[in-house]
Write a protein that binds this ligand. Structure first.
Ligand code: FDA
Length: 408
């Protein structure tokens, strides 16, 4: 029966990186994935250019860009393997990249360059890959002697039995099932008695329905920069990003970011003109302009949105100089504090990530090893650590994979 120092399940971002790092340390590594194609999520990420890290992630405060029961858990890994470490690798491999927005780094040419870099590193480190290969059962040996070379895990796979001293679970989250996402990692955690934090889709478009939404239902394609927040926490978490109206609701970076914080039933609060004192601007216009309000608003908002905003309120349809102060104040407030409650999310089919996962309380933050189960590790998105949009999720995948590989 073949024996490996480590079997890694899941050849995505975290699994590939961990395999390469462990192989470089001289370990015998087997990487197993059930999908036909390797690293599909990297390939489709960042619009095909892979937003592989974020330059603004400060190792000391970086956990603030993450969600989970205990985001502080991520600090150790994020400070030991920083964005600069990954940038160095990308540069060493001659992959050209650029910064797009708020520290987000993308490959110039294609996400495939990042996949190729990881595959080359695995090949160079002697990593064996079984793909496509399904794992039927996993057994832990009864005796867990901590000496090297001792097999602690036995895996029954579609390619036969295999033994390993360490088992690393890098099966990712539930998002985009059509490219291979499964709940296998959570099932392994349950098998070994690790607690799981309930999962839900994150970085996901939101849906709206009913009368509240009716005035905006025809605005698909309209986009604008906004400030968005949700929840009762003070100070509220808020994002300054672009909002996009779609056929089914709202999307764009602003919505994806806030979706990870949104709880069903809660409203979103949106400032549609975050860089303008709209109350003052309307008062100023009242003194000097005879423009119809929708036309006036179109100076600052997309025209279709300005028209939709005013069309159901008679007091907002006349010339601005004839509007009452009260009507203008209400208009200003509605634009800077638009409150609307989503009816739901677009679900895992459209979510970039999965919130929740293996409870960090059960893992050692220096190694990602299960505290109660020697030789069992969880890395990447399967863990209850979820990043903001902008390269933070890949950085978590690299960092958690790195610290795990050093501990094997
Ligand atoms: P990942 O999902 O990468 O890999 C898991 C692997 O496990 C897969 O290869 C899968 O086939 C395998 N697997 C699953 N079940 C299995 C089983 N039963 N047996 C064997 N193998 C199994 N993040 C970011 O930082 N920047 C970005 O630009 C983007 N863009 C983006 C776009 C889109 C459309 C999505 C869906 C996601 C992103 N992300 C992102 C998020 C990012 O892709 C994600 O967080 C990482 O890929 C997570 O890495 P993991 O290795 O943990 O899981």
């Amino acid at each position: 029966m073949p024996y490996f120092d480590v079997v890694i399940v899941g050849a995505g971002a975290a699994g590939l990186f961990c395999a390469a790092q462990a192989g470089q340390r001289g370990l015998r590594v087997l990487l197993i994935d059930h999908a036909e194609r390797v690293a599909e999520k990297i390939r489709i990420s960042g619009g095909g250019r892979c937003n592989f890290t974020n330059r603004h992630l400060d190792p000391r405060t970086g956990h603030q860009h993450y969600l989970g029961q205990n985001p502080q858990f991520a600090r150790s890994a994020l400070s030991r393997f920083t964005p600069q470490h990954f940038i160095d690798l990308v540069e060493k491999n001659g992959i050209a990249f650029h910064e797009k927005h708020k520290g987000q780094l993308f490959a110039d040419r294609s996400a495939q360059d990042i996949v190729r870099m990881l595959l080359d590193a695995c090949a160079l480190a002697g990593v064996q890959r079984w793909q496509p290969c399904t794992i039927e059962t996993i057994e832990a040996e009864a005796a867990c002697a901590p000496r090297s070379g001792f097999s602690r895990y036995r895996l029954h796979t579609s390619q036969g039995l295999v033994q390993a001293h360490n088992l690393v679970v890098a099966t990712g989250g539930l998002s985009i099932p059509k490219i291979g996402a499964t709940d296998f990692g959570y099932r392994i955690a349950k098998q070994f008695g690790l607690p799981i934090v309930a999962q839900r889709p994150g970085l996901v478009p939101l849906r709206f329905a009913g009368e509240d939404w009716a005035p905006y239902a025809d605005l698909a394609g309209v986009a604008l920069p906004v400030r968005i927040s949700t929840g009762e926490k003070k100070p509220a978490i808020a994002f300054d990003e672009d909002l996009l109206f779609t056929h089914r609701g709202l999307s764009g970076p602003a919505i994806l970011q806030i979706s990870s914080y949104w709880q069903p039933g809660q409203p979103l609060t949106i400032d549609l003109l975050p860089h303008l004192d709209i109350a003052a601007a309307l008062q100023e216009a009242k003194a000097s302009s005879k423009k119809q309000l929708p036309n006036l608003l179109a100076q600052w908002l997309p025209t279709r949105l300005a028209e939709a905003w005013c069309q159901h309120t008679p007091a907002w349809q006349g010339p601005v100089n004839q509007c009452s102060d009260k009507a203008l104040a209400q208009l200003a407030h509605s634009l800077s504090h638009w409150q609307i409650t989503p009816s739901g999310t677009e679900g895992y089919a459209k979510a970039e990530v999965t919130l929740g996962g293996v409870d960090t309380q059960a893992l050692a933050q220096q190694s990602m090893q299960a505290k109660q189960q020697p030789g069992l590790f969880f890395i990447g998105e399967v863990v209850d650590i979820t990043g903001w949009l902008g390269g933070y999720n890949f950085q978590w995948a690299w960092a958690s994979a790195y610290v795990c590989a050093q501990a094997l």
